[in-house]
Each structure stands twice: as structure tokens, then as C-alpha cells.
Write a protein that binds this ligand. Structure first.
Ligand code: FAD
Length: 285
């Protein structure tokens, strides 16, 4: 099923994300985690794309297993900045062959040792190509706090509009820990005339070190309420996990209460985290 059709139903939806293994020997454990998360019957599941494209086959294979074996709508991520056009079209062909209808089109992070000349510069170019390549439902990334490389949020929003005009059907946000940032962003996005559904990306924090680094790199704001949790429970992994899941659950409940229906949980190959969040919302979703 196409994700734009799921989102257009106007009901609250919960979706989860998994990332592919880096090496073949880890494939089975990732596939197992994906299958356990699939049992929670999410609205859809996304499978990220390894930077550089070296693990693209795993993204396709896991998305395919979700679709065929677990009957869950799959969203395959695809990045372009380190890729050739030939490689992009090869992956699109594999996705089509596997019956995957949804692609999240991304530029990808710029490699520090970037080649002087790449065939792609921005996600909008990839979106245009996917649009021409077949009947895919296309998603794109968006940044409530502005993309880290962007000189201003206004300019970042101009480029988001370009992605939508290039043919993307929905956008998924980067993680955020203060819902007011999202509400403000939604207001600005609609003012800009961008009307595609916005899927709110929620990160349940279980690994403090990883998340602090990732927030520093992406410029994500950490509210003092969140910092207090990290200060108090950061050294106790089990307590931090419980608090991280509770914090994410509260964010989700507040979002749904305020009419933000599409919730995507960055579940990071952790079925137990996905399960707890689903259980916490059992009367809500
Ligand atoms: P773009 O939309 O191309 O934007 C990149 C930067 O260029 C922005 O600063 C933008 O303002 C600017 N820009 C855009 N168009 C133009 C233009 N025409 N002229 C000048 N400037 C322009 N990474 C992975 O490697 N694998 C994944 O699976 C993955 N999944 C993600 C999922 C989500 C929901 C999100 C939010 C991010 C994900 N990322 C992933 C990270 C993403 O690849 C990086 O954030 C990357 O740096 C930007 O990708 P983009 O598609 O948003 O780029």
C-alpha cells in the first residue's frame, strides 16, 4: 500500500524504523528484530539506507521481507550523494521487483572525503528521478530546527518546498524533543503552502552517549526537562531506557492530542522499545 493513502485516512498512525546490518553475519539478527516489530502491526515500517550504499541490498531485502513475509507496508530509504545514477536506478529496479511502493528519497550526509564531482547534489534531484522511474510513493526528510548545513530555517523551508514540488508525497521530521518546535514548524510549513502530510519522528532515548552526539551533530535542542532525565538516569541503562520510553510516549500523546496523527518511532532495531511504546498507547491508537 502507498503511505500517502495510509496517511490520508486522517487517523492516528504509528510506524517504526529499522536499520540494515553493516555485515552479512548480522543480517539474521536484524531480520529477526524487524519481524518482531512487524508483529506489532504498525501502519508501516521504514528501513534506512547505509551511507555510501554498500549495504543497499540489505535495505531491499529487509523491506521485501516486511512486505512479503510480514505483510507490513515497507518504506525503503535511498540516499544519492555518494551514488551514481546507475546505482540509484539499480536499487529502484530491485525495489520495484520486490513490490516495494514507498521510497524515502534523501541526499545523505556529505562524506568528509567527498569526490570533487558527484552525480547528485540534493534530494530534490533524486525525487525527480524516482518520480520518472515508476509509480512510487515518495517521502522526504524535513528539519523542524533547520538542517544543520542550512544558513537559515527560512532558506531550508524554501528547499523543502522544492522537494515537494519535485514530487514528494509526504515528509518525515528529524527527531525533536520539544513538541512546541514541531507545532511552530507545522504552522510555518502550512504558511509556506506545503500541504503534504508531515510525519513526526520520535526518538525514544535509550543510549545517552549516542543521542547526545547525534543531537550535537544535528543541532537538535535538548529541553531542560529532558536534560534532567539524562543527568539523573544516564548512568543507569535500565532506568534511562524506562525514562526514555516514558518521555517519548508523553511526546506522542501530546502530539496526537493536538491533532498530529502520523507518528514515526525511531525504534533502532529494538523490538522491546517498540512494544513498550505500543503498549503505552493501547487505548489511544
Ligand atoms: P536535502 O534535502 O538535499 O538538503 C540538504 C541540505 O542542502 C540542506 O541544508 C538544504 O537546506 C540544502 N539544499 C537543498 N536543496 C538545495 C538547493 N537546491 N540549493 C542549495 N541548497 C539546497 N541518512 C542516511 O544516510 N540514510 C538514511 O536512511 C537516512 N534517513 C533519514 C530519515 C529522516 C527522516 C531524516 C530526517 C534524515 C535521514 N538521513 C539518513 C540523514 C540525511 O541523509 C541527512 O540529514 C542529510 O544531511 C540531508 O539529507 P536530505 O535528504 O534532507 O538533503
Amino acid at each position: 500500500m502507498k503511505i500517502k493513502d495510509i496517511l490520508s485516512q486522517g487517523k492516528p498512525t504509528l510506524s517504526f524504523e529499522v536499520f540494515p546490518p553493516k555485515t552479512e553475519d548480522k543480517y539474521e539478527s536484524v531480520e529477526q528484530a524487524a519481524s518482531e516489530i512487524a508483529k506489532l502491526k504498525p501502519a508501516f515500517m521504514s528501513v534506512t539506507y547505509g551511507a555510501g550504499g554498500g549495504t543497499s541490498q540489505y535495505t531491499v531485502d529487509i523491506a521485501s521481507a516486511l512486505h512479503h513475509q510480514h505483510h507490513v507496508t515497507a518504506l525503503a530509504h535511498l540516499t544519492c550523494v555518494t551514488s551514481t545514477k546507475e546505482k540509484v536506478h539499480q536499487v529502484l529496479g530491485e525495489l520495484k521487483e520486490a513490490g516495494i511502493e514507498n521510497v524515502l528519497a534523501l541526499r545523505g550526509d556529505m562524506p568528509t572525503d567527498a569526490p570533487a564531482k558527484t552525480e547528485y547534489h540534493y534530494a530534490s534531484e533524486l525525487i525527480r528521478e524516482i518520480k520518472e522511474a515508476g509509480d512510487f510513493c515518495i517521502g522526504a526528510a524535513c528539519y523542524p530546527e533547520g538542517h544543520v548545513e542550512s544558513v537559515s530555517k527560512t532558506i531550508d523551508m524554501d528547499y523543502l518546498k522544492q522537494k515537494v514540488e519535485a514530487g514528494c508525497d509526504f515528509v518525515t521530521t528529524q527527531m525533536f524533543f520539544d513538541n512546541n518546535i514541531l507545532y511552530n514548524y507545522l504552522y510555518r510549513i502550512r504558511e509556506k503552502g506545503i500541504t503534504v502530510p508531515v510525519v513526526a519522528g520520535i526518538m525514544p532515548v535509550t543510549n545517552v552517549k549516542q543521542i547526545i552526539r547525534s543531537c550535537q551533530l544535528s543541532g537538535t535542542y535538548l529541553p531542560s526537562r529532558f536534560k534532567a532525565i539524562v543527568d539523573r538516569f544516564g548512568d543507569n541503562p535500565a532506568a534511562m531506557k524506562q525514562a526514555g520510553i516514558a518521555y517519548a510516549t508523553e511526546q506522542i500523546i501530546d502530539l496526537i492530542a493536538n491533532g498530529v496523527n502520523a507518528i514515526h518511532v525511531y525504534s533502532m532495531n529494538k523490538p522491546d522499545v517498540a512494544l513498550k511504546i505500543k503498549e503505552n498507547l493501547s487505548e489511544i491508537l
